[in-house]
Write a protein that binds this ligand. Structure first.
Ligand SMILES: Cc1cc2nc3c(=O)[nH]c(=O)nc-3n(C[C@H](O)[C@H](O)[C@H](O)COP(=O)(O)OP(=O)(O)OC[C@H]3O[C@@H](n4cnc5c(N)ncnc54)[C@H](O)[C@@H]3O)c2cc1C
Length: 500
């Protein structure tokens, strides 16, 4: 016996479910959609503006997306894939703005130049090679490069101010980089969903069981205020962030076997003092310290959250056994299964450097964190900065033929063979590439509908580059980018003029 039936049940009200819900309602308004969220409002976990770095990841400034190969060449494959995927998000958001389903863009996205900065001969050589390789690709044609400290001072005055005996240094810059308030974006999409017929969000409701039925649909048990309701859904999406892994395991689908999670917590240093904040307008990414995982690359970022500017420095990583910020310390122990114990042990054995790094990060005092900041911004004063707690990142542990198990820092969509259940694991590049990830899930879970002319036309209207390659087609990219920069008001030079 079930209490309710829906076409689509989305677990979690973060960036992923709200995007999937919005896309589906645009494609087929007759679908009944239910979002079930354990907390009392939208986007309180990783998606909230203060819980992530808000970088519109496009591989402009993040050096970890361009690996240096043994021969010194720089591999830009991952960078082009991430950049093209971010362009898909920009197109969808532009469509929503044009349709007035999202408000004026500055409420959720703002132009903030993306810059990389490195010190020392070796790093300078790497950045120069990276720039030389990237600038020849149309996706990165607007990238600027300099080794001149005076130009770097113009680009990032706060960081260069009063430095003596400057060692060799280099920087790159893309003026139309972005800061995104993913929390605001998810809330706007949730509001749109709540206004649609046959579309509902239930808060304070925890999904704790799901069982597939003979007709391939799912019976999902939802606990709320001590009562359990069973909801039948033709399609279930586990957009539960860190909570997706335990639910995926409970689904019992064969595709879930061998997966485990490695939670990494995070802290920021935050400054809201206008006299400091006004001296920096960029996201400046450095190189990761040796032995540090890619997600802990230090960066000093301008953030614009709910109309207010702030500076964020970090993240400082740490270890906890919680899969969600508001989760339980039993999350990780309870996720151990006979099918994932081997990959987990193998990752523990082969990643001692990471464990040591996380422990050393956890043990840092606020003072030593501000000391790390002073390597970026030498004049930083302890009293201007406070500690903020970031969301949880649950990195993926999966089976590996050679090693037994491996740790991955990306995002992975797991879809059951019959397409009736999909889950999203992992954290990076995260919310920036949501739309591309969700469209891939639609193709696997709604293959017949996606092939119809109606869905094809609608997807092309929402994402004009759909079905074509922004990586291969320079003309298409030019067209797409000029529209998104204009619609989303991301032209930095005119933005800077407006701001005076
Ligand atoms: C420190 C940090 C920095 C980051 N920086 C960036 C960045 O700069 N750029 C970027 O693009 N991405 C970044 N990310 C990643 C990005 O924040 C995430 O990829 C994105 O927010 C994930 O969205 P989500 O909807 O999957 O998960 P979440 O936002 O975590 O939402 C999941 C929701 O599911 C709910 N839930 C969980 N379990 C259940 C259950 N059993 N029943 C009901 N509800 C449940 C939770 O309460 C939560 O509301 C960062 C993440 C972190 C942690």
């Amino acid at each position: 016996m079930t209490d309710k039936s829906v076409d689509v049940l989305l677990v979690g009200a973060g960036a992923m479910s709200t995007t999937l819900g919005t896309l589906l309602k645009q494609l087929d308004p007759s679908l009944s959609v239910l979002i079930v969220e354990r907390l009392n409002s939208v986007a309180q976990e990783s998606t909230d503006g203060w819980n992530n770095a808000g970088t519109g990841h496009a591989a402009y400034c993040e050096l970890n997306y361009t690996a240096e190969m043994e021969d010194g060449q720089v591999n830009i494959e991952k960078a082009t894939a991430i950049n093209a995927a971010f362009e898909v998000s920009l197109q969808f958001w532009s469509y929503l703005v044009e349709q007035k389903l999202l408000p004026e863009p500055h409420n959720f996205i703002n132009p903030v130049p993306h810059q990389s900065l490195v010190w020392g001969e070796k790093n300078v050589t790497f950045l120069r090679n990276r720039y030389e390789t990237l600038k020849n690709h149309h996706l990165f044609a607007e990238m600027e490069y300099t080794e001149d400290p005076e130009v770097i001072t113009q680009w990032m005055p706060l960081i260069m101010k009063d430095r003596q005996d400057i060692p060799p240094c280099a920087a790159t810059r893309i003026a139309h980089g972005t800061d995104v308030n993913f929390g605001a974006l998810a809330r706007y999409m949730a509001q749109y969903l709540q206004e649609q017929e046959q579309s509902e969000i239930r808060f304070n409701s925890h999904v704790n069981r799901l069982e597939q039925q003979a007709d391939k649909s799912w019976n999902v048990s939802v606990q709320s205020q001590g009562k359990t309701e069973v909801i039948n859904a033709k399609f279930v999406f586990l957009g539960a962030g860190g909570g997706a892994l335990p639910l995926l395991q409970k689904s019992g689908i064969p595709e879930s076997h061998g997966y485990a999670g490695f939670p990494v917590s995070g802290q920021w240093l935050i400054c809201e003092k206008p006299e400091v904040v006004e001296q920096h307008y960029a996201k400046v990414y450095g190189a990761a310290p040796i032995g540090a995982p890619p997600m802990s690359v230090p960066h000093l970022d301008t953030r614009i959250i709910d109309g207010k500017k702030a500076l964020l420095f970090g993240p400082f990583a740490g270890f906890t056994t919680k899969f969600l910020k508001k989760g339980s310390i039993f999350d990780m122990p309870f996720s151990v299964r006979s099918d994932n114990i081997k990959p987990m042990l193998s990752v523990a054995k082969n990643n001692m450097d990471l464990t040591r790094y996380l422990i050393s990060e956890v043990l840092q005092s606020k003072r030593s964190r501000v000391d790390s900041l002073r390597e970026f911004y030498p004049q930083a004063r302890d009293e201007d900065w406070r500690i903020g707690y970031a969301g949880q990142r649950v990195q993926i542990i999966k089976k590996d033929g050679k090693l037994g198990g491996k740790l991955e820092f990306g995002t992975e969509a797991i879809v059951s063979a019959d397409g009736s259940l999909a889950a999203l694991l992992g954290a990076s590049p995260g919310a920036s590439t949501t739309v591309n990830t969700i469209v891939n899930i639609l193709e696997r879970s709604f293959p017949e509908q996606v092939k119809t002319p109606e869905w094809q036309d609608k997807i092309k209207t929402m994402i004009p580059s759909y079905g074509e390659s922004l990586i291969d087609d320079a003309d298409l990219l030019r067209k797409v980018r000029s529209r998104t920069l204009q619609t989303l008001e991301l032209d930095y030079e005119s933005y800077a003029r407006q701001q005076g």
